[in-house]
Structures are given as C-alpha cells and as structure tokens.
Design a protein around this ligand. Structure first.
Ligand SMILES: Nc1nc2c(ncn2[C@@H]2O[C@H](COP(=O)(O)OP(=O)(O)OP(=O)(O)O)[C@@H](O)[C@H]2O)c(=O)[nH]1
Ligand SMILES: [Mg+2]
Ligand SMILES: [Zn+2]
Length: 305
C-alpha cells in the first residue's frame, strides 16, 4: 500500500472528517496522529500534515500554531472582525469587549464592524465613537443584506490579509456580510426571532472559505455564540487583563500603587482617564466585570484550555 505525505490548511470539520486544502484540491481526512493523546484536536485554520492511504486522508501532525481561540474555535488567525448589530439583536458591550480582549491577548488584530446601523443610527454612532476612541478600526454598515456594494467598499480590502474571521452574536449579520463580500460562497443566512429579538443560530460550524483571487487568503464564518456559552469560558490570567485593553496602555506604570488592579484604587491612572472621559465608561465597566469573573477562576480551569 502506498502512502504519500501532504500538508495543507484545515477548512473545517464535518461529521468527524476534516476538510484540508492543499491548494489545487481539498481532501477529507480523519485525525489519527499522536496529537490526539495530547488532547489536541485540529482546528479550522490549522496547518496539518496528512498521509493518503487508498484515497483516504489521515492527519498525522498539527504544525505549531501562531495563535488559537476557543470561541470561535480557530487557529492561526491574522485578523478578527468583531461584528455587532446596532439593533436586532441589541448589542452587548461586555460580549464585544470580551472578544476584543481575548483577541488582543493572542496578538490578533481586531476590526469592529457595526451592522444594521439604519435600524438605530444613534446607537450606532455611540458605538462607533467608543471603539474608534480606543484605537480600533471601526466600520458602520447600513442595510448590508440589500447593499453589498457598500459592504465591499468598506471591508473588502481589509479581508485580504491571510486568515480572517467574523465573530459575534447570532443574528448580527456575519454570514450576510460574508455573502456581500464573496457572493460566490452562497452561504445560508437566517432571520431574527420576533419573540426574543435574537438570531436563530443559522451558521452551525466554523468554516474557512478560500478567497479565490487572494494569495493564501481565507475568510471564516463562525456560529453566533450563546450568552451562556460565552460567559462560562476562561481564557487568560487576570493580571494580563489590563494589557488586553489597548486604551489602558498609556496608563500602565503610572498608577500610585505598583499592584494597582485599576478597579477602585486611589491614584489609579486608568480611573482618572475614565473620570475625564478619555476612556469610555462602557469599556471600564466591561473590564470590571471581566476582572470580577476572572477572580473566581481556578488555575486548573485555565489549564483545561
Ligand atoms: N435590517 C438589516 N438586516 C440585516 C442586515 N444584515 C443582515 N440582516 C438580516 O439579519 C438576519 C440575520 O443575518 P445572518 O447573516 O444570518 O446573521 P449571522 O450573524 O450569520 O447569524 P448566525 O449564523 O445565527 O450566527 C437576516 O435576516 C439578514 O437578512 C442589515 O444591515 N440590516
Ligand atoms: Mg451565520
Ligand atoms: Zn490603576
């Protein structure tokens, strides 16, 4: 029996089979290697090695990752588009800020996309101001489902930089925006529940799509997370948290106490900026809430990730 070795990029997983892109072809592969004993599973975005035996692929190795995320489950991301809606569903600052913090901790560039701006222009402007003040590139989109041209003008160039993903709550329009950018993918979008005002989890799996004319460029659509799912995972130590808020960076080392937690201390440079309006109060509220949550985390819970 002949077996040949290949390497490629994992696009996603379907019923236990990983789709691996080798450039001119996509192979379906089973996970087989010793990495399974190390409790490592291939993620969308991984570069893997595999062998072909009788036309079936077996992944034997996962190459070292540049970074990885638990939500969405992905590896080797170059950019994360954190997308929210101005309305339907109502935006949640804590969820947006948690995603931004995790990405920052992993050195993944973040771009904020505020969708459905036509439904609540004032809210959209409030959000645009908050995130651009913190130094994030921020785009507002109006009627993305009917106006793909505008989506392309505002976002297309920003998607051509390696592996990028769209993440955010269910129903904010992740799939709609990807369809507007790349209509050739023909992805299924859903509706918003009239009863709860939330999305219906139309996208079920994280999947990478190869951008046809980009050089090794991929875009990932991800399932909208549920609130519970999102609250219950821990991701890094709480002393790393201040560094995951880029707008705090000028204050680091300037607080009165060396061990300042930036929560309530006297002489805290961060609190001073919040008071003056130089740091948006919603961002500091998210920081406090994440800090409280992380205080409860045990070391073993962190290791599990
Ligand atoms: N009014 C308005 N509706 C939009 C806009 N963008 C998307 N929608 C609608 O919002 C609904 C949800 O869009 P999806 O693209 O499926 O949302 P999603 O974020 O992919 O949701 P999940 O796959 O469940 O995570 C659809 O009915 C879209 O037509 C917009 O800019 N304005
Ligand atoms: Mg979707
Ligand atoms: Zn401080």
């Amino acid at each position: 029996m002949s077996s040949q070795k290949y390497s490629g990029r994992v696009l996603g997983c379907n019923g236990g089979l990983y789709m691996v892109d080798v450039g001119h072809n996509i192979y379906n592969c089973y996970a087989k290697g010793t990495f399974r004993y190390e409790k490592l599973t291939p993620l969308a975005g991984d570069i893997v090695e595999f062998v072909l035996e009788d036309n079936t692929g077996y992944i034997t190795n996962i190459l070292p990752r540049k970074n990885d995320l638990i939500r969405p489950p992905m590896a080797n991301l170059d950019k994360l588009f954190v997308i929210c809606a101005a309305k339907n569903p109502a935006p949640s600052y804590i969820n947006i800020d948690k995603l931004c913090a995790v990405a920052c901790n992993r050195d993944i560039e973040v771009e904020i996309v505020i969708n459905k701006c036509e439904l609540a222009p004032e809210k959209a402007e409030e959000m645009r101001k908050i995130y651009s003040e913190c130094g994030y590139k921020t785009e507002c989109l109006y009627n993305s489902h009917e106006n793909p041209q505008e989506v392309c003008e505002k976002l297309k160039n920003d998607t051509l930089c390696g592996v990028v993903a769209f993440a955010g709550a269910s129903g904010v329009g992740k799939t709609t925006v990807i369809n507007a950018l790349y209509p050739e993918f023909i992805l299924q979008t859903g509706s918003i529940s009239a009863k709860t005002g939330r999305g219906k989890h139309t996208t079920r799996q994280t999947k990478l799509y190869k951008i046809p004319y980009g050089k090794n460029a991929y875009i990932a659509d991800t399932p909208g997370f549920s609130l519970l799912d999102f609250e219950s995972f821990f991701f890094f130590r709480k002393d790393e948290l201040p560094y995951a808020f880029p707008e705090f960076s000028d204050c680091m080392g300037k607080c009165k106490y060396v061990k300042c937690t930036h929560t309530k201390e006297e002489g805290c440079a961060v609190l001073e900026k919040v008071k003056n309006g130089d740091i948006p109060s919603t961002r500091h509220e998210s920081y406090l809430s994440l800090f409280e949550n992380m205080k409860k985390q045990k070391d073993w819970e962190l290791k599990k990730q």
